[in-house]
Design a protein around this ligand. Structure first.
Ligand code: MN
Length: 251
């Protein structure tokens, strides 16, 4: 089990003794919800591409020959609770991707798969919303995915369930509905790279840190949503997440 320091209050970064004067008030940390009422301060987001074979195929890739790869997103893209998210600009093809999200609780580098699960704080259902048209253009031109993936309000996150008995990330139904119609449905056992392997690979690239979130990839069935649509991501054993697509942001 991971060591936890216990609940702590969020305090200002600088107390009255600091001699520095900030140009403006710093952004407070993004806080995710944990079962039982704790808050999880979000640090960084790492997202796995093509981690279900059926989804890799629907995106035109060969699932058998590709090791896991990652893209990143700002913590500020996380939206908690059953919220309404703004439809983003510069897209006409905004896609849902339901995903198992791993919350990291313990730092490490070059972590072997057999001890990787010791670094997990907990799990949640999440959405990796994607400007698919911008992603397709980036792929075609060999450009980065940032503007397709690192989008304001694009990474909704459900309540984090601390790791322990009662939830097994190696199996269980994962599904997404839009307006109650099932669009994605798979089993966590279908992950090409299970959670331990994802952590092993990621920690070879970066020293993972408490507060990091790993979006582990989406099953087949991705598709577009429009303002007014309600998406519900469900994973057996975790709290479901319902997100409404709103109108474009005006400010
Ligand atoms: Mn994804």
């Amino acid at each position: 089990m991971i060591a936890r320091s216990g609940p702590c209050r969020v305090r200002p970064v600088l107390d009255g003794k600091a001699a520095l004067t900030l140009a403006f008030e710093p952004q407070p940390p993004v806080l995710a919800n944990v079962e039982g009422g704790l808050r999880f301060p979000v640090r960084r987001l790492f997202c796995v591409g093509r981690n279900y074979a059926d989804h890799a195929r629907e995106m035109g890739a060969d699932p058998d020959r590709e090791p896991p790869f990652f893209f990143t997103a700002w913590a500020e893209t996380v939206v908690t609770g059953d919220a309404t998210i703004a439809y983003p600009p510069m897209t006409g093809n905004y896609h849902y991707e339901a995903e198992l999200v791993v919350a990291i609780g313990k730092a490490g580098r070059n972590i072997p798969a057999h001890t990787a699960m010791d670094h997990v704080y907990g799990y949640a259902a999440g959405l990796d919303m994607t400007r698919r048209d911008l992603q397709a253009e980036a792929k075609a031109k060999g450009r980065p995915w940032d503007t397709a993936k690192n989008v304001e309000q694009s990474k909704p996150l459900g309540v984090i369930r601390p790791a322990g008995p009662g939830f097994d990330p190696a199996r269980g139904n994962i599904r997404l509905t839009v307006n109650k119609a099932v669009r994605q449905e798979a089993d966590l056992a279908d992950l090409i790279w299970p959670v331990a392997d994802v952590i092993a690979h990621l920690s070879g690239l970066y020293r993972i840190e408490p507060g990091d979130l790993i979006y582990t990839g989406t099953p087949a069935g991705v598709g577009a949503v429009n303002p007014g649509d309600v998406m519900t991501a469900s994973i057996d054993g975790l709290a479901p997440l319902s997100i409404t697509v709103g109108d474009p942001a005006k400010d």
